[in-house]
Design a binder for this molecule. Structure first.
Ligand SMILES: *Cc1c(COP(=O)(O)O)cnc(C)c1O
Length: 287
């Protein structure tokens, strides 16, 4: 990772944006070191990683900013919204201005402090979360740890139920990492992934793909000229991953249903011989 990251830095580079995918943190110490050497900002995408730690470091500790999402699919949610943490007062002030039109007083300030003339200091956006959303969000912080424990137990059970199935593997869990278990992602090898998705959905089990490689989407290809093989590992993952049903209220019985259905599908695949190829050697890729 570090060699590849260094290779991508040019004189135009301003920041490194690590994504703590699925809930396991990137190596922030290594990234900080590289960023310092090249005078770069570090902006963490911590949308999957509110609960995560690596080497006892949490998102936000070694970066300029860590960004969180409260979109509908996240561990904390108010439908839409997000938060940015930072430990630089000046940057925080700038972001507060930018999120609300570049105005230096909000309606609430004027309500609390009495009317004062306000100024528009910079050209900003309308990116603030509202109080109604915040009221939905705040009580969820109390349930964060309990929900994490539930997802961890469910994740372990999933792994126990699925690990022996052919062509299926789990992204490796790293040492010294507190995984936030945001998504339950498995890899399905041998080009079987889309077949398995179709079969699961035909049997009433909804799944997702997180994610197909972004550089091969139409926009990125036509705008930046990316082509296949530019990011081979992202492409490989994009062709192999499936996110299975996973939420803190899920029961072990529901996991049994998913696992039994997957076993049935894999059994049919193996019996049909249609997809029989050698299981790719050395295919464990560390996320
Ligand atoms: C959800 C998500 C985002 C985007 O969050 P928004 O609140 O929709 O802007 C960014 N990165 C990752 C990894 C996500 O899962």
């Amino acid at each position: 990772m570090q060699i590849e990251l260094r290779r991508k830095i040019t004189e135009k580079t301003k920041a490194i944006m690590p994504v703590h995918l699925y809930g396991q943190m990137c190596d922030m110490r290594a990234i900080r070191k590289i960023a310092d050497k090249h005078g770069l900002f570090v902006i963490e995408d911590a949308a999957h990683c509110i609960e995560g730690l690596r080497d006892s470091i949490a998102p936000g500790e070694l970066s300029e900013t860590a960004c969180y999402s409260f979109y509908a699919t996240k561990n904390l949610t108010c439908g839409e919204g997000g938060a940015i943490t930072c430990n630089n007062d000046k940057l925080a002030e700038t972001m507060k201005l930018l999120r609300c039109h570049g105005m230096n007083k909000t309606a609430q300030d004027r309500q609390v402090e009495g009317y004062q003339h306000w100024d528009m200091v910079v050209m900003g956006w309308k990116y603030n979360m509202d109080n109604i959303q915040a009221a939905l969000l705040l009580p969820q912080f109390d349930r964060l740890d309990a929900n994490w424990v539930k997802r961890r137990d469910l994740s372990l059970y999933y792994e126990k139920r699925l690990s022996k199935l052919p062509y299926i593997s789990f992204p490796k869990e790293r040492d010294h990492v507190k995984h936030s278990y945001h998504l339950l992602v498995i890899r399905i090898e041998n080009g079987l992934r889309d077949h398995v998705i179709n079969q699961l959905q035909a049997r009433g089990i909804n799944v997702m793909v997180n994610y197909r490689p972004v550089h091969l989407t139409n926009y990125f290809q036509t705008t930046f000229g990316y082509v296949e093989n530019d990011f081979p590992l992202a492409e490989r993952f994009g062709n192999e991953v499936v996110s299975l049903p996973f939420f803190p209220q899920m029961t072990f019985e529901q996991i049994d249903i998913v696992a039994d259905t997957l076993a049935e599908i894999m059994q049919e695949v193996t019996a049909s011989g249609k997809f029989l190829q050698e299981k790719t050697a050395g295919s464990k890729i560390n996320v």
